[in-house]
Design a protein around this ligand. Structure first.
Ligand code: GAP
Length: 450
């Protein structure tokens, strides 16, 4: 007999909230099911017009703080398909696996370490013994089939960084402490993907390997833990929904001297957003031994020579985007109805400014197009809309998370002053067109969630 586990009221509320987010994402063009017209392909998603801007902004906010905003980190864009020896050396061929069990009744597959007790979540059927399942996607390179042409899609961007350690250090003339950062797609054949874009088989990672003299490891570990936690808070995530979970000794990889996760309180519980790990000299040493290249730091003047230790902040862009979205979502009870608003930090919001003519006549659209052009020239993500009642236009932008709506009315034609309406407070201010760009920069700089 199959037993369907009953959801608790909290679980039901969490499920309903996630359903709301998924439906908003589709309705507003953040995220669509991939291959939807063919019935989809399990847990795979495409990003629509707003989603792609959201992700671009998340990546830019990461890159600007981790790379271009400082002098000691440089970027890299390495290949997804590398020599298969890379993954043998890194330990992924032998050890990158999860324990998997099958349900004999409903034939569903689960991660053994995600099941509580031995009750199968779908039907309560009997489970098989756990087997190890390698998470790397295998593919074939070249026209000849056979083991010689087997290759893997990278399961993390980090290894591409280790492989290029010497190229980057020599070409950019760097001395530890320095970092190499990369954003790009990674692939894992997850046994149980789920929770929307939280766990998928194809996802983007933002990773940085920070190479340090061995005796500076702990101080940089503390530094990056704090810096990465603060990044989320600075970009508007409510601190009460974030925590730093330090790994217990028995959770650490054998070579690691410390690891901590930035976790977020999702509707489905606390989940990992990003990990900050001490990887010691493990990866550089392994690749040195296996390849014969000496991946070390050598100072020609002092003759100092050592293998740097590594601190690695590693996050998922899709998870970050989902987190910004969930945390921004609010339903506000107004006098007559409910306002749905995404209170994104202006740096994260897919659209920064919407420009409206109050009505579609009397020269207002022409003037509004001039304002639009001004804002686009200043590189603000701008949206123009002249359809429907102004109140409805404001509400549509609230749901898109647009922090500023700028309205051109009859007076604007005389005095060159527009109305700026703020998304969060719904307050309005009159601003001279000449001063609009600097006014917006100032408002973005001063933004605080209300
Ligand atoms: N180089 C270390 C590394 O890859 P990880 O904890 O396996 O560490 C880093 O991955 C981050 O990548 C995670 O914190 C998560 O945000 C993201 N990530 C990992 N697997 C994912 C998946 N299947 N779907 C979406 N994001 C994922």
């Amino acid at each position: 007999m199959s037993k369907k586990p009953k959801l608790s009221p909290e679980e039901k509320a969490a499920q309903e909230f996630m359903e709301k987010i998924v439906s908003l994402c589709k309705r507003k063009g953040f995220v669509f099911q991939a291959s939807e017209i063919y019935g989809g392909i399990g847990n795979t998603y495409d990003y629509g017009p707003l989603g792609v801007e959201l992700k671009r902004n998340v990546k830019e906010a990461w890159w600007s703080r981790v790379v271009t905003g400082r002098g000691d980190v440089v970027g890299l864009d390495s290949a997804i398909i590398q020599n298969p020896k890379v993954w043998e050396t890194s330990g992924h061929v032998g050890g990158f696996s999860d324990p998997m069990v099958d349900c004999k009744e409903c034939k569903n597959r689960f991660r053994a370490d995600h099941l509580e007790g031995d009750l199968c979540p779908k039907c309560g059927g009997e489970l098989t013994e756990a087997r190890e399942f390698n998470l790397m996607f295998k593919t074939q390179v070249g026209a000849v089939e056979g083991t010689s042409s087997v290759a893997y899609l990278r399961p993390e961007t980090a290894q591409g960084i280790f492989l290029n350690y010497l190229n980057v250090q020599n070409s950019a003339r760097l001395k530890p402490p320095f970092g190499i950062a990369q954003i790009g797609k990674s692939f894992r054949n997850e046994i149980t993907p789920g929770n929307f874009v939280f766990r998928t088989r194809e996802f983007e990672q933002a990773e940085m390997e920070f190479f340090v003299p061995p005796d500076e490891e702990q101080q940089w570990y503390e530094y990056w833990k704090q810096a990465r936690f603060d990044w989320y808070v600075e970009l508007g995530i409510r601190p009460e929904n974030l925590r730093m979970r330090v790994h217990e000794e028995d959770e650490l990889a054998h070579y690691s001297t410390g690891c901590a996760d930035v976790e977020y309180l999702y509707p489905f519980g606390w989940g990992e957003l990003e990990g900050i790990a001490c990887r010691t000299d493990f990866d550089l040493k392994r690749h040195s031994e296996a390849s014969g290249s000496k991946l070390m730091y050598f100072d020609p003047q002092t003759k100092e020579k050592y293998t740097p230790y590594v601190i690695e902040p590693a996050g998922g862009i899709d998870r970050m985007a989902l987190t910004f979205l969930i945390d921004a979502y609010e339903e506000e009870q107004l006098e007559k109805d409910t306002r749905i608003v995404l209170k994104f930090h202006p740096e994260i919001a897919p659209i920064t400014c919407a420009v409206f003519p109050l009505v579609k006549k009397d020269g207002m659209p022409e003037k509004a197009h001039q304002v639009e052009a001004l804002l686009r020239a200043a590189r603000f993500a701008t949206f123009y809309d002249e359809k429907g009642a102004i109140g409805r236009r404001y509400r549509r932008q609230d749901e898109d998370g647009t922090p500023f709506c700028i309205t051109v009315d009859g007076d604007t034609l005389q005095d060159d002053v527009v109305t700026v309406r703020h998304r969060d407070s719904m307050s309005q201010e009159r601003v001279k067109i000449d001063e609009l760009v600097s006014y917006l920069y100032k408002s973005i700089g001063e933004w605080k969630r209300v």
